[in-house]
Design a protein around this ligand. Structure first.
Ligand code: MN
Length: 444
């Protein structure tokens, strides 16, 4: 069961990889997130990919662990087969049902005092050896929810002040089907899209580069084991279908969105790019950071039966801090650090990840290994906790002041958005999600 604490979470556990014992690292031995590395093939102009686990500032090459026989067990099928395309890297691993024993083995290999430490050292790869990260898996389908009631209420009150929250919100985890092909890994530049803009209601729309480009700070999770078409997932089993989590920036063009969103919802305002962090933090690593599901107002309806479960109510929430920073081109030139614009926490989501997944499959829709599901913008009750610029600057009416005197209503060309995520709890080791970065390039 993913809520259980075991020896891999022991805060006193140390690694022989020194950088993993730094109290500020995102990747201590208690985390062990999976990622896909692209490494240059010597004397060739192409990369090969390596399934890896991040540890401190380094990476453990899982394929090499198998090759040199660090494991007696046959883990090789989980990450040895799909050579070639970076995007395929971890797909078999995601469906692997002994992921907890694999984690326990990785923890053992990386622990201080491991008896074959000299051989294990041969399996380390440093950051300087890699050319980039790959997508962790081939993402077949992507769904984006709308699970922050604070976000939904804020956005609703800008566009429909008389009825900010629609009557279905407290019954249905609202979502839409996104586009998987334009999901990119952290570090990929994002070109400002063109689209229809109708800012002047007296005139026909014009096709121009998006003016109100925004980020949305979200939590994403990957489907591990899927379900058969026609076979819903019981809320009690929901988390057994989640492999792990990452950060998501759902780039959004607000001017395109405002004109196109009725009657069918988001389309080209959203699907030009979605950036994810390269590290997949497993559900087991997150076990110490579970919280009760969002406490509903006494006047709110209880979730319908298929979305209700005692365990989900007690442990279905997640205490993950999310942060979004902006660094403009000018700030980079002036060597000014990225500026924190939004900070929120996933424990404020109205629906749990288990409820999102259960609802998604409740009509028999088949989820498949490697599908990405995102929470929707994570906002809290405070101004500083608003997870996108639309809310943060209240549709551009309250611009943000940056440390060098620049202001922002929405994103300008050259701006870089950097998202971070981390978990902290008394008695446990801090773990992090790494970064989800993307820089805005001018439109063609
Ligand atoms: Mn979104």
């Amino acid at each position: 069961m993913t809520y259980q604490i075991n020896e891999t979470h022991d805060p006193n556990l140390k690694s022989w990889v020194e950088s993993a014992n730094d109290p500020n690292t995102d990747f201590p031995i208690q985390n062990l997130p999976f990622c896909s590395l692209l490494v240059p093939e010597p004397n060739q102009d192409w990369n090969y990919w390596i399934p890896a686990v991040a540890i401190g500032k380094e990476f453990l090459n899982l394929r090499k662990c198998v090759e040199i026989g660090l494991w007696d067990d046959g883990w090789d099928f989980a990450f040895g087969q799909e050579m070639g395309a970076g995007g395929k890297a971890l797909t078999s691993l995601f469906a692997f049902d002994e992921i907890d024993s694999l984690r326990s083995d990785v923890s053992h290999i990386l622990s201080e005092g491991f008896h074959l430490v000299d051989r294990a050292r041969e399996c380390l790869i440093s950051q300087t050896e890699i050319s980039s990260f790959g997508l962790p898996t081939a993402i077949g389908d992507y769904t984006d929810f709308y699970c922050s009631i604070f976000h939904a209420t804020n956005v609703g009150s800008m566009f429909r002040p008389e009825a900010p929250l629609l009557p279905n919100y407290k019954y249905v985890p609202i979502g839409y089907h996104g586009r998987a092909s334009s999901i990119v890994v952290s570090g990929t530049d994002v070109k400002r899209p063109h689209g229809q803009n109708r800012s002047d209601a007296e005139k026909p729309p014009v096709f121009i580069p998006a003016k109100n480009l925004d980020y949305e700070m979200e939590l994403g999770f990957f489907v591990g084991k899927g379900n058969e078409l026609g076979q819903p997932i019981n809320i009690k089993d929901a988390e057994e279908h989640i492999f792990g989590m990452c950060l998501v920036n759902d780039w959004s063009a607000r001017d395109i969105q405002a004109w196109e969103y009725q009657p069918l919802g988001p389309f080209l305002a959203k699907n030009f790019a979605t950036t994810i962090s390269p590290f997949v933090v497993t559900m087991e690593a997150l076990a110490p950071f579970r919280t009760p599901a969002f406490e509903r107002d006494p006047d709110d309806p209880q979730p319908l039966g298929y979305l209700s479960d005692e365990n989900n109510k007690k442990f279905g929430g997640l205490d993950i801090n999310l942060e979004a920073y902006i660094q403009t081109e000018k700030m980079r030139d002036e060597k000014i650090e990225p500026f924190l614009v939004s900070r929120s926490n996933t424990k404020d989501l109205y629906w749990t990840v288990g409820q999102m997944l259960t609802h998604h499959a409740s009509n028999g829709c088949n989820l498949q290994t490697g599908d990405l599901i995102a929470s929707g913008t994570v906002s809290g009750s405070e101004k500083s906790e608003r997870g996108c610029l639309l809310e943060r600057t209240w549709r551009g009416t309250e611009p943000i002041e940056l440390p060098n005197g620049e202001t922002r209503r929405f994103l300008e060309d050259g701006d870089e958005v950097i998202m971070k995520g981390f978990c902290e709890r008394e008695g446990f080791r801090r773990i992090g999600f790494g970064e989800c970065r993307g820089r805005v390039l001018p439109a063609d």
